[in-house]
Every structure is written in structure tokens, then in C-alpha cells.
Design a protein around this ligand. Sequence first.
Ligand code: SIN
Length: 282
Amino acid sequence: MAAIEGFQTIGVDSLTPHIGAEIAGVDLSKPLSNEQFSEIYQAWLDWKVVVFRDQHINQEQHKTFARKFGSLHVHPMQHSYGGDPEVLRVKTTKDSTYTAGNGWHTDVTCDEIPPLGSMLYMTQTPEVGGGDTLFADMYLAYELLSDTFKALLEPLTAIHDGALPYLSSYKVNPPEGEAYPRNEHPMVVTHPETGKKLLYINSGFTARIKGMSQWESKTILNALFDHIAQTPRLYCHVEWQPNTLTFWDNRCTQHHAVWDYWPHSRYGERVSILGNKRPQAA
Ligand code: SIN
């Protein structure tokens, strides 16, 4: 880790040269000063994934911190869990048949306006170790493509389908009678705050490219999914400890929760923040 200069009220230590940073000097159970909040906001935009260690917060404090960034999101699957609709439980035990997020994805891109960010607060980690989450930098994923491939992708739009995780990850049919969101987004978008271009597809939700035959769409999407899965320099690893909160910018990252700890357990709670703008073409 390397200390990043320029912050007065928080400590910022980078996890890699371009994605992920640990934030020190903050107690999320207490109100933040305006200066602390604006420095956390800047660190989050710069580093895309920010990690707060040793936090002792309850659900209300978790939601209060998240609300500083916008209104809270209710996950389309949340109705099946019960409990607070704004808090998504991420629970894996020896009896789990799948674990949420065990595959590359950006949260809920099937929504017309996907969440702008998510905060996962982990309270139980596997006692054998493991259970890291990998985060990939989608600005860099775009930059690494050739100019020819960028030019092919820029005018394209893809369909993001909320039924896809059931079929591909959970290996069950989507519940009958449910209307899962399905929306289209440009494949290359501009981040609404940084103005930088990024690749906006993910294997969790992106089902097909508009205006192409099935094989054409599949070939291009699979090549892009492989690009994410086979390029480790895109990633930072978050090694969880109990009482770690990680906040990611869902507009320019993907993540993959690694399930390498069966039969051990892991538990966290996620609060997501509503986006305020449809993803915009570059
Ligand atoms: C998720 O996809 O939000 C879950 C991530 C994790 O469990 O690390």
C-alpha cells in the first residue's frame, strides 16, 4: 500500500496504482465533518473502491452513511428475503447452493438507472481465510482495447436482463409471474462525474447486443467477458476482515466475490445508492 498525498482529514492508502484504497481516520458510527465527507467522496471517485476497516456500525448507521451519497436502492430480489428492503443480506453457509456475486458483474445493470454505488459491510469472514472480493477497473478495461475495437463498440447498445443471473449463476428459472427489469445501455459510456470513458458490459446482466445476430453478439460479448476475466492488472483484491465496509463506484467497476471457503460461512449486509442518471453514450 502507498500513502496518497493531498488529503487533510482522512488517510488514503492505495491498494494498486489505479483501483482501490483504504481510508483511515474515520469512524462511520459518528457524524462526518463536511471536509471529511468531501475528501471521502473525492477518494471514492479517484480510487473507485474505498475500504474502511474496524468499523462498528448498526444498520441505521450503515444506511445513514449511504444516504449521504443519495437515496437508497431496493434490490429486485429483496422481496424474497424479508427484513429491511433497503438492506441486502449477503450470506453464505455450508448449505448455500450459490453465493451472491460469485461471478463478474456490476450491480443491477438491468435497471434503467443502475445504482451509483454499493456499500458492503462484512461482519463474518471464513475462519480459514479466503472470501476476497475482486474489483475490476472498467476505465482501464476500455483503455486497453485497440482503437479499432473501441471504434466498433462505441456506437453499440446492449440489453441488460434481470432474469440472466437466475439462469447463469443461480441455475434456476426466474420465479414465475415476476417482471424482471430489462433495459438497454450503451456499451461504452462516459462516467457522469469524471467524464472518462469506460466499458459498460458485464457477464452478470448483459444478455445481447442490439442489431446483431445471436452469434455475432455472443462472439463480441464473450471476448469482452474474457478480457475482464483474463486481465489481472484490472483488479484490486479486497481481503475482508470482520467489521470492514467497502464502498464501490458501481458506474465504473465490476466485482467478483470468490467462493473458495465452503463449508465455512461469510456474512455481510449491502446497501446500494440509487443512480441519478441513465448511463450516457460516450
Ligand atoms: C455483491 O455482489 O454485492 C456481493 C459481493 C461480495 O459478497 O463480496
